[in-house]
Write a protein that binds this ligand. Sequence first.
Ligand code: GLA
Length: 407
Amino acid sequence: MTVSPQDDAPRWLIPWTLDEGSDRARALFEEAFGGEPEAIVSAPGRITVIGDHTDYTEGLSLAAPVAHRTFVAVRRREDEALRMVSGNPPPGEPERWEGAISALVPGTGIDWPYYASGVVWALTERGYSVTGLDLAIVGCLPLEAGLGASASLTAGVGLACNAVWGLALDGEAGAIELAEAAWDAESAYVGFPCGRLDTHTVLRCAEDEAVMVDFATVPPSLTRYPLYFHDYGLRLLVVDTGARRDDWMDAYARRSRDARLAAQALGVDSLRLLADEPDGVRRLAGIEDPTARRRARHIVTEDRRVADAVAALGGLGPAHDRFTEIGALMLDSHGSLRADYDASTPALDLAVDTAFAAGALGARLAGAGFGGGAIALVRATQAEHIADQVDAMFVARGLPRPTFLLV
Ligand code: GLA
């Protein structure tokens, strides 16, 4: 079914330029703390092309950075105070936060200041000697959209620390160390059992690049590809549904527990091993608990879809066939996240179905799910039309209008 576009156009979220983001961070810094920052850094968000909920089971993901970024203006202090201000805090969270670095204690909160200060804590734990900081943080990355906003924040703070503390965490080894510290901030300090996908993508993947991240090792290894989509007139259209289940963090934690139980039931260290075995999916029948069995089936088949998508991306066959195959794999991924992982929502399903019906090669929820965003692989020339159709369909169904962005 197609629907007529509404009179008022869909909402597109255009990324700030680097200059614009830096100016905003500087202005916020000057207003909050007075004087000039010593450095201004930024980190992107990330999109999962395919391969979600595979990073905490030693699996595979194909991911890319997005142009929407978090900007951090920073200056060292003489004392050991940490003062932070956010130009766009999540609803209900504070604009400012202040504390002593020596008083940072893991597991005390989940608002943005805990993610940000968690990076300082993590670097201290890793033995870097630190001073107090003033930090001003602004960004144009939508929150809770499945675009790695928390990793963009922790990565930005890590880069800020590196810039003014003279940590010399540059090059690939430095980026890995910062990605691990940013991961510590979310997993150990905030206490959210996330995998390493987000921080390693935002800190290690270059613009116009896609990376296959293999989580079998720590740190994960990256295989780099040009983001071929652009060369072939294709784009990733992100549909941010603007709503997430209130309990999404608990739901995520339950999924990672289920995945561990499934691996234990099969006597393997991680489900990744099954993805690599020809009869891996058949072996899942050995998991007695039906929910854990479904969760494991998503993970094992998703790892295989990533491998297939990467083969198609870098393959030598006709472009049309390769991108059609990637689109089909994206649809399968969505079906698996919906049916086996229970990570979709009616709004995400509607975004995926409508985008596909309107001409996308494929579409899927992207990121943790339970709300947030979906992505569609689209011909660049059709992106606006597809966004119009999705927008109109949401309006027709009485759902809040989505926001669109292009990768
Ligand atoms: C969130 C987590 C990541 C990853 C994705 C789903 O973004 O932080 O570690 O598990 O969900 O792929």
